[in-house]
Design a protein around this ligand. Structure first.
Ligand code: FNR
Length: 392
């Protein structure tokens, strides 16, 4: 969102909402995260909700991802000229309009008939990178087609078959994805109580496997194509989905297969960040998978400062898990993140109102970020550093 002299996109959105209210039309779309979550819950199938919202185990990390933001307070500066406030950031040689990306969320078909396409379109309309999950309901190519030339990254789950991994990465590169995000905190599925209670595992019925079912390498070893025998295709996926042996040394192999920047998602320890960079990755995403993988692990925001310090600018550090509002973004950037990824909030927007719903979530977040930044005396998010926050 480019800022113009004395023109705040945040204030414009505010004014638009107040003006419509003055004519008797209150915003149809929820503004607060609490309302967003409540509305989403009302429209999402209860079993799907049990997959989406909770954290692993008893949800301690899910909760602390939020609470931990209170460990820091923003210290605003006043009386600086904020007639211009730049939200742009530069990552891997390209300029992003804002420091916000859409986190990879698999299986979006469980909340919307068009799967990932509405969120991808909404992201494209705002110039925000959409990170497509390996486990998506629509394919790499379908999603790319929905986005035109707008920025997108591909999130990789590295299973037991290298031929399939190489094929997926090659497809992403050919389809114009600008980076590969290797998620490393999900070698296995976390212990998810609601899903266990419901016996709910969508890939079991083929959901989220579009990239596999359309993959030539995956199809090559099936007795019959997935269209004729979906059961056998699902079984082949389940047998090869995990790769417990995967270690740092494998990164060299991936590096050789793609010229795209490779980011590692799911880093919480500074030593792991150092190891990742020593093995050739181009970026780090500090994340605990939205609290969905290991209950009791450190809140993502508490892990960020040490990782950022260890990186000391060697590669960009991105952040996710728990971003719900603009103050969270300001704090993450101040603590060393170059950009943040947002997860559940946009999925809730998708469930409530498809592409428009995702746009509303993102536009509200952008508006709030613009307003928060200007009110804090920030003229460019790139100037954010630890001097803007105070630890409690
Ligand atoms: C995820 N996440 C995820 N991550 C990933 O690398 N590949 C994936 O396929 C998925 N799938 C997925 C499904 C659902 C329903 C959720 C909620 C999350 C994790 C995601 O990328 C991100 O790390 C978290 O969602 C960020 O936390 P918040 O913003 O949801 O708190």
């Amino acid at each position: 969102m480019a800022a113009h002299e004395n023109k705040s996109p945040g204030a414009e959105r505010q004014l638009q909402i107040y003006s419509e209210a003055a004519q008797g039309r209150l915003p149809a779309f929820p503004v607060s995260f609490v309302d967003l979550e409540e509305r989403a819950r009302a429209v999402i199938d209860p079993h799907a909700w049990g997959y989406i919202e909770p954290g692993a185990g008893s949800g301690d990390t899910l909760d602390s991802n939020q609470e931990a933001f209170l460990d820091w307070e923003i210290v605003p500066r006043v009386m600086s000229d904020v007639s211009s406030c730049r939200l742009e950031v530069r990552l891997f040689g390209t300029t992003l309009k804002s420091p916000i990306l859409l986190a990879p969320i698999g299986l979006q078909g469980i909340v919307h008939a068009e799967g990932e396409l509405p969120a991808a379109r909404a992201a494209a309309s705002l110039g925000m990178p959409f990170v497509l999950s390996t486990l998506s309901s629509k394919t790499i190519e379908e999603t790319a087609a929905a986005m035109g030339p707008m920025p997108r990254w591909f999130q990789l789950y590295w299973g037991a078959r290298r031929d399939v991994v190489a094929s997926l990465v090659g497809r992403a590169e050919r389809a114009g994805y600008g980076a590969v995000v290797l998620t490393v905190d999900a070698k296995m599925l976390g212990w998810r109580e609601a899903d266990l209670a419901h016996g709910y595992l969508p890939p079991m019925r083929g959901e989220g496997l579009a990239n596999y079912f359309s993959d030539p390498e995956f199809r090559r070893t099936l007795p019959k194509p997935p269209e004729e025998d979906p059961r056998a295709a699902v079984m082949q996926f389940l047998e090869t989905a995990t790769n417990l042996e995967l270690s740092w040394h494998d990164l060299g192999w991936l590096r050789e297969r793609t010229s795209l920047p490779v980011l590692i998602k799911g880093i919480l320890h500074p030593d792991d960040a150092r190891a990742a960079v020593d093995h050739g990755v181009d970026g780090i995403i500090v994340s605990n998978h939205g609290g969905r993988q290991v209950d009791g692990v450190v809140a993502s925001i508490r892990a960020l400062p040490e990782v950022a310090e260890a990186m000391n600018g060697r590669v960009p550090v991105l952040f996710d898990s728990g971003i719900r509002n603009a103050s969270h973004i300001v704090k993450a950037l101040a603590l060393g993140a170059s950009a943040v990824l947002v997860g559940r909030p946009y999925l809730y927007g998708l469930a409530i109102n498809g592409e428009e719903g995702v746009r509303d979530v993102l536009l509200n977040l952008l508006a709030e970020l613009d307003i928060t930044a200007r009110l804090c005396g920030i003229t460019s998010v790139q100037e954010l550093d630890a001097s803007w926050v105070r630890a409690i």
